[in-house]
Unconditional design. Structure first.
Length: 190
């Protein structure tokens, strides 16, 4: 195995962890601490694979697809499980689901327009860290949070808002870069 494959292996591992998390969450409700450990470990692998890929120049087209796929699968599993268990009200999912749909559709549109797959930016990673923190906190502190629903609402809404900020910044940055390079090429040809 070559070291440059480590980020992609971590992404595949995270795909497996998403199903492991959901299985533990659903079939062993008295062992939610194990689900939280799997969830946090998946978050750590996300940070590590991104760091290794960028630091060492190991960014691949496969990684550009695997990494967000693993992230989204884990996020969807976490959201579905927490809503199904009643830890998070279903209506708080709407802004997060809409953000993910917008990001997915935007990625396809950008790929069709520019022929490239965008990579995650720091603000996208910040959103992911906040998401992992919010879901882990909601699961771990559920007995206390049951009497303080407003804390859950604030965590979920802050996560959703940070996701929307990240997506807007991503689109602005990406479009600006693409349009700048296009204008620069057009000016050079004149």
């Amino acid at each position: 195995m070559k070291a440059k494959h480590i980020p992609n292996i971590l992404s595949v591992l995270r795909l497996v962890m998403a199903f492991a998390f959901a299985s533990v969450f659903i079939f062993w409700p008295d062992k939610l601490y194990i689900a939280v450990i799997i969830f946090v470990a998946a978050g750590v692998t996300d940070v590590v694979d991104g760091y290794l890929a960028r630091r060492n120049g190991w960014i691949t087209d496969a990684g550009k697809i695997l990494d967000p796929l693993a992230d989204k699968l884990m996020q969807i599993m976490a959201l579905v499980c927490t809503v199904a268990r009643g830890l998070v009200p279903w209506w708080l999912l709407l802004p997060i689901v809409l953000k993910e749909l917008t990001m997915g559709i935007g990625s396809v549109v950008f790929y069709k327009m520019f022929g490239t797959i965008g990579v995650s930016k720091n603000y996208g990673k910040a959103y992911t860290v906040l998401f992992y923190f919010a879901i882990a906190a909601i699961i771990v502190f559920d007995p206390w949070l049951s009497g303080h629903h407003w804390v859950k609402y604030v965590l979920c809404l802050a996560t959703a808002l940070s996701g929307w900020v990240a997506i807007v910044l991503y689109y602005i940055t990406y479009l600006k870069g693409k349009l700048f390079r296009k204008n620069k090429r057009n000016n050079a040809e004149v």
